[in-house]
Design a protein around this ligand. Structure first.
Ligand SMILES: O=P(O)(O)OC[C@H]1O[C@H](OP(=O)(O)OP(=O)(O)O)[C@H](O)[C@@H]1O
Length: 240
């Protein structure tokens, strides 16, 4: 009798424990499912940018988040589509810094203007320093004469001293395109050495050395999904 009461007590206690465990497991499972869903639906960009504790050591702060950059690129793309409707448009990205901006902008523009053509040229004046040398080395990837019937939009990540775009303007106007305009994601107006005004601009940029979304310091940080200010100590002595 005692044994059977004990047994039934244990069975009841066991059932309650199992119920408790299953409720606990179910809520744990739901939490895991929620996390997995969030990871699957969030782009890698959102996953990184929403967690500021994951900023790389040399990064001071995020100036423009991945979401803000995406919205800005969409806005610029829509404006460009309106302005170039019915025209033969070629967008030419300035390597290396504008490689991500050019790719994103091209996809945005091609929603409305599917015949937009894309090319790149390389311009470099900084080397491993953070101050422009003023000597802009330009390399084209194709014969610029092919753009004679096109309206060209140069795509830049940032305008700083203005040396790069002043030089590229001269190179491209010699190519005989229908028109040459410039879209820059960032404009550091306060640092101009040569007068230059972009036709389209994402944001005015504070006087900080910025990296991410294509922009580098000494070839680092280009693939960050946001635009961030570098800590001064990271570039101290390099001239900025
Ligand atoms: O207005 P400026 O003073 O000329 O500076 C702007 C240019 O400087 C950077 O390029 P960089 O020469 O560093 O080469 P990169 O694009 O390969 O990083 C940037 O990507 C712009 O192209």
């Amino acid at each position: 009798m005692l044994a059977s009461r004990l047994e039934s007590g244990l069975v009841k206690a066991g059932a309650a424990t199992i119920r408790k465990i299953s409720v606990h497991k179910a809520s744990q499972l739901a939490a895991v499912q929620r996390n997995v869903r969030a990871l699957v639906t969030a782009s890698p960009i959102e996953a990184v940018s929403s967690n500021s504790s994951k900023l790389p050591a040399d990064i001071k702060s995020v100036l423009f988040t991945a979401d803000e950059v995406r919205d800005k690129v969409a806005e610029l793309g829509q404006q460009i589509c309106k302005d170039y409707k019915g025209k033969k448009l070629a967008i030419i990205g300035v390597l290396n810094g504008a490689f991500i901006f050019t790719a994103d902008l091209a996809r945005e523009i091609s929603k409305e203007l599917p015949d937009v053509q894309v090319d790149f040229l390389r311009a470099s004046s900084y080397g491993t320093a953070s101050e422009s040398s003023g000597q802009v080395a330009v390399q084209t990837t194709s014969d610029l004469g092919r753009w004679e019937e096109f309206h060209i939009l140069l795509v830049e990540d940032i305008i700083d001293s203005g040396h790069t775009l002043a030089r590229l303007g001269k190179v491209l106007s010699a190519a005989g395109a229908q028109s040459v305009k410039v879209v820059a994601l960032l404009d550091k107006k306060g640092r101009r050495r040569v007068e230059f005004f972009p036709d389209y601009c994402g944001w005015e940029c504070p006087n900080e050395f910025v990296v991410g979304y294509g922009l580098d310091f000494d070839e680092r940080f280009r693939c960050l999904p946001y635009v961030a200010a570098l800590k001064e100590e990271a570039y101290a002595g390099s001239g900025h």
